[in-house]
Design a protein around this ligand. Structure first.
Ligand SMILES: [Zn+2]
Length: 126
């Protein structure tokens, strides 16, 4: 059995998941940003300040990861718009529904992804 392209219904489900994830990520970073502002205003003690500085680094690192994920989700939504979503970027074959349900931002089929990871691993060895 070869892999099928997504049905209208499956596409709608995945689009909903992506939009939901995007919304929760965006509201989460808004909350973190608010906390950041509040901590800065309250802290006066130098020791507390040091703690809040390291918290701030952590928040910024986290925010960086979230920003990348947000970009990936937006990219996936764009691909849905342009009817490219669900096809592997590398070989053009369909990405299975099961794989997309587990990872809606996937842009490559499992074969290409595995190959890319192996190349990546080889690069790290040498
Ligand atoms: Zn592929």
């Amino acid at each position: 059995m070869h892999d099928e392209y997504l049905t209208e219904e499956q596409l709608k489900t995945l689009k909903g998941m992506l939009e939901e994830q995007l919304e929760s990520l965006l509201s989460q970073s808004r909350e973190e940003l608010n906390e950041l502002v509040e901590t800065r205003e309250v802290d006066a003690d130098p020791l507390d300040l040091a703690v809040s500085e390291s918290n701030r680094d952590f928040t910024l690192r986290l925010a960086d990861r979230e920003r990348r994920l947000v970009a990936k989700i937006r990219y996936s939504l764009e691909r849905i718009q342009s009817n490219e979503y669900g096809a592997c970027e590398a070989c053009g074959e369909p990405i299975t529904y099961g794989r997309l349900m587990a990872r809606p931002v996937a842009t490559q089929c499992i074969d290409c992804k595995t190959e890319a990871e192996q190349v990546e691993r080889r690069k790290r060895v040498f």
